[in-house]
Write a protein that binds this ligand. Structure first.
Ligand code: FAD
Length: 397
């Protein structure tokens, strides 16, 4: 909607059309709000693409977007011993972000959001109650601006919105993740329904490395926060030791993974962050797509209250609700990463612990459904004591 001075006014400008921003934009547009969804085109988000059934259900992901269905995970220890963890009922879905993200953006557009290829640059405030968003169309294109009562910053881990508007954003704790997309090997040894997870210091001194099948392709990746550690060198080694060095390389790419929710997601006035921009990737696992989409949904809910009441305190509701739902799991996963990912001796014990049926079941329950199963307090207690036993070496790996 153009004003007399030629600028347009929306209820909300969403910056970033990844899983988080596209979800926020779709939810707001579906309830009749005027939404501009800005996304800088031209880059496929580097991502392993693993998504849990809860995400597929809650966000109605069509079957056609799943390029593989994973039935088990192989945990590989520093000694090369491995433990297979069958998923049980159900599967872990695999998506290619090259198709997943455009689908989500188009879905937001179908719900009524105005989708534009634009690079967000800055916010200015010239009129009371309105933020002016300055952006460029296409690559290095013309400058434009649009006004809105609220800006949702869903522009990823290095969020320009977050850095400009939320104090402390630039110091967000991050791991850098890197992967290579390779052509699927033709040999029969390749299991297209199994994810391999490597807990080996040579492949990552503080996180893990992975081989995730994607149908016709495979993602081979690793992550680390350690400066000077060669992620490319680690992937060269992993590909060589698994025979994947013979496969054609399709893309090499990386991106930061924020592993701690920021203390504040809003500026108390007219900006709210969601997804990676707010720091919500799970520690230890690096899982971010589900949390980004949920963050987008909670941002949309908080935005609706803010737009209806004009009370900017409503914006804090997004973080409060997220932490109530997942704060405990993030804390547990943070502790897990801190305790078990520190040395090869500890990693060896961690993988050995995964042999335990209780550990396997609780891990999959928590991952698949995003709920800690309260009905099984005895299993929680057993795992707690087994954890301690492994940590203090009362059992051998
Ligand atoms: C190598 C790697 C592997 C991963 N594997 C998995 C996995 O297997 N499973 C999982 O759940 N998670 C995984 N993650 C994490 C997951 O990719 C992220 O958590 C998730 O993409 C976050 O979604 P988002 O919408 O918040 O941000 P993003 O997906 O980063 O989307 C941000 C969007 O904002 C746009 N943007 C950025 N700046 C601007 C700007 N200035 N103006 C306009 N638009 C802008 C970008 O183009 C992008 O579309 C992985 C991450 C990495 C790096």
């Amino acid at each position: 909607m153009a004003d007399h001075d030629g600028s347009e006014t929306f209820d909300v400008v969403v910056v970033g059309g990844g899983p988080s921003g596209a979800t926020a934009a779709a939810d707001l547009a579906a309830t009749g709000h005027r939404v501009l969804l800005l996304d800088k085109a031209g880059r496929i988000k580097p991502c392993g693409g693993a998504i849990p059934p809860r995400l597929i259900r809650d966000f109605a992901i069509p079957d056609g977007l799943l390029v593989a269905r994973i039935r088990s995970a192989r945990m590989v220890a520093p000694s090369a011993r491995h433990v297979d963890m069958p998923v049980g009922d159900g599967f872990v879905g695999m998506v290619d972000r090259e198709h997943f993200d455009p689908y989500l953006r188009q879905r937001a557009a179908r719900a009524g959001a105005e989708l534009r290829d634009g690079l967000f640059e800055r916010i200015s405030r010239d009129r009371p109650g309105l933020a002016t968003v300055h952006y460029r169309s296409g690559k290095g294109g013309e400058e434009h601006h649009a006004q809105a009562r609220l800006v949702i910053g869903a522009d990823g881990a290095t969020s320009t919105v977050g850095r400009a508007e939320i104090p402390g954003h630039a110091r967000m704790r991050q791991v850098f993740a890197y992967h290579e997309i390779v052509r699927r090997p033709a040999n029969a040894a390749h299991d297209g329904a199994r994810c391999d997870v490597y807990y080996q210091g040579r492949l990552s001194p503080d996180f893990y490395a992975w081989i995730f099948p994607h149908g016709e392709t495979v993602s081979v990746g690793t992550g680390s926060a350690r400066k000077g550690f060669s992620l490319r060198g680690a992937i060269r080694d992993l590909r060589a030791s698994t025979g994947l060095d013979a496969c054609e390389t399709i893309r090499r790419e990386g991106a930061p993974l924020p592993l701690k929710p920021l203390r504040r997601w809003d500026n108390g006035r007219d900006v709210l962050l969601a997804g990676d921009a707010a720091g919500v990737v799970a520690p230890a696992s690096g899982e971010g797509i589900y949390y980004a989409m949920l963050g987008g949904r909670l941002a949309a809910e908080a935005a609706k209250v803010f737009l209806a009441t004009g009370d900017a305190r409503a914006l804090a509701g997004a973080r409060k609700r997220f932490m109530r739902l997942h704060g405990r799991v993030f804390w547990i996963l943070g502790m897990m990463q801190w305790v078990w990912y520190r040395s090869d001796a500890l990693r060896e014990r961690f993988v050995a612990m995964c042999k335990d049926r209780d550990v396997q079941q609780l891990t999959w329950d928590a991952y698949m459904n995003k709920e800690l199963v309260r009905a099984k307090p005895a299993a929680h207690a057993r795992i707690f004591f087994k954890d301690l036993a492994h940590l203090f070496r009362w059992v051998s790996p």
